[in-house]
Design a protein around this ligand. Structure first.
Ligand code: ADP
Ligand code: MG
Length: 502
């Protein structure tokens, strides 16, 4: 297998040229798998990393969440696996269980036709089960640092045959205090292996790892700007702390998002927001680091399946998560630093789709707005907080759209005589108005309680500090194809709604 696309396509042109997966001259097994995954064009980090990866070069990849880093290292890694061999040939180290699972799922898909065996190894899972799985000769291990060390020490996993090592989200592993674990894992891998390191930021300890364990690495950097700009509409709303919640629900009513994430600053905030949204008849689930693994997974799965409308999250909980199809991001609290902003809104506008991001700014947080705009090099548009009337109008519009769709479906024979009967006693406008009223969510002013958050001040932004000791991620992606009508109903309406839909 010789790959020399690096020579044929100059690095400079990669930034402007569209690179398709055909261009990498991959084996037919991978080509098939990638096609099945629906990938056509390579993302910038993929366009640059894949040829280097195939050529066995060491790579440092710096790019934000959602830029396709998994396939960037996954494709060359899987391509080089020898499926006939019983040996562990590659190891991917990721900061959390959820990310390990997410990465292993993607690698599994890439290697499906090739029959590459991928095994996720993480803490919290029964070690006996892992030992049994390790005996089945996996080719690729994707694991969290602690549990990998555990298996190395127990000698239940041998890395002597590993020729590719990937460090995914290295800065996050640093934040979580895994640096020594990583060094210890790396020292168990034979000298002449390829290392691919991915990190959103490059703090000094990560640079040192690179210097110590990598061999003349190519540094590839994809700027945050490239991912945030083109297809995300960015708005800010000036809102007083006490008005934030009503503003949020009105926006939800008007915008009727298919899949929305609301970001709160603290865990308490996420809990309170989730409860408040549910009280007002939205289906919401919250994720943050204090929830058990199982709870977070359930929430994420529901979100991806479209069983809930709104996911409420802290930055920590959402970072690194692959959640596709998000149409609206609401920054209920302004993010801690411009970098978090980029991460947050990067949840939307993926894969060529458009997205919308609304950021609530309290009067004392104006500086934050400017700091963010300086980082993204884009001005946000000002959006006026919607009024109650606008929200009601928005809800009516949802109903009207739904009615139009039903008319188009032209499947109403069964209802015609009842309609005719109604029209004998009332004029058409009255009848339709009654139907709209019945199907429209009434404004809900159930009182909710939110503890106030102190406004954020811009002092200084520590570049890689992320305030949390641990992070959580998650990893199931799913399609969401509910009609917008399905979504904005009060809980009372919910049962009734089914009959309209079927
Ligand atoms: P990152 O690790 O940079 O945060 P991921 O590898 O998780 O990003 O990819 C984000 C999402 O984009 C995933 O759903 C992935 O399947 C999808 N994706 C990756 N590469 C492509 C591509 N070339 N075309 C379309 N979708 C892609
Ligand atoms: Mg990733």
């Amino acid at each position: 297998m010789k790959h020399d696309i690096t020579e044929t396509v100059s690095r400079r042109s990669l930034n402007t040229l569209t690179i398709t997966f055909q261009d990498f001259q991959l084996s037919s097994d991978l080509t098939k798998a990638i096609k099945r995954m629906g990938f056509e064009e390579a993302t910038p980090i993929q366009a640059q990393t894949i040829p280097l990866g195939l050529a066995n070069k060491d790579v440092i990849g710096q790019a934000q969440t959602g830029t396709g880093k998994t396939a960037a290292f996954g494709i060359p890694l899987v391509e080089k696996i020898n499926p006939e061999s019983p040996n562990i040939q590659a190891i991917v180290i990721a900061p959390t269980r959820e990310l390990a699972i997410q990465v292993s799922e993607e690698l599994y898909k890439i290697g499906q036709d090739k029959r590459a065996r991928v095994l996720p190894i993480y803490g919290g899972q029964d070690i006996g089960r892992q030992i049994r799985a390790l005996k089945k000769n996996p080719h690729i291990i994707v694991g969290t640092p602690g549990r990998l060390i555990d298996h190395i020490n127990r000698r239940t996993m041998r890395l002597q045959t590993v020729n590719t090592v990937v460090l995914d989200e290295a800065d996050e592993m640093l934040n979580m205090g895994f640096i020594e674990d990583i060094e210890s894992i790396l020292s168990n891998v034979p000298e002449d292996h390829q290392t691919l390191l991915f990190s959103a930021t490059m703090p000094a300890p990560i640079k040192r790892i690179a210097e110590r364990f990598m061999n003349n690495p190519e540094h590839i950097k994809v700027k945050a700007k490239e991912m945030t700009v083109s297809n995300i509409q960015q708005f800010y709303l000036e809102v007083h702390e006490r008005k934030k919640f009503d503003t949020l629900t009105r926006l939800l009513d008007i915008q009727s998002p298919e899949l929305a994430i609301v970001f709160g600053r603290t865990k308490r905030r996420v809990d309170e927001l989730t409860e408040a949204l549910n009280l007002r008849g939205y289906t919401a689930e919250g994720i943050h680091g204090d929830l058990t693994q199982a709870k977070r997974m359930v929430a994420l799965r529901k979100f991806k399946q479209g069983a809930i409308e709104v996911l409420v999250a802290t930055d920590v909980a959402a970072r690194g998560l692959d959640i596709s199809g998000v149409t609206h991001v609401y920054n209920f609290d302004v993010p801690q630093d411009p970098e978090s902003y980029v991460h947050r809104i990067g949840r939307t506008g993926r894969a060529g789709k458009t997205g919308m991001a609304m950021t609530f700014i309290t009067p004392r947080e104006k500086d934050m707005l400017r700091a963010i705009e300086q980082t993204t090099k884009r001005k946000m548009d000002r959006m006026k907080p919607p009024t109650l009337d606008e929200a009601i109008e928005g809800q009516q519009q949802v109903t009207v759209d739904r009615i139009r769709t039903i008319i188009e479906e032209n499947n109403l024979n069964f209802y015609m005589s009842a309609a005719a009967e109604l029209l004998e006693d009332h004029d058409a406008v009255t009848v339709v108005a009654a139907a709209i009223k019945m199907m429209t969510k009434e404004p809900d002013d159930t009182p909710v309680r939110l503890t106030e958050e102190a406004p954020l001040r811009t002092k200084r932004h520590k570049s890689h500090h992320r305030s949390s000791k641990r992070r959580d991620g998650g990893g199931y992606r799913g399609k969401n194809n509910r009609s917008s009508y399905d979504k904005k109903r009060s809980s009372n309406d919910r049962r009734q709604k089914k009959s309209y839909n079927s």
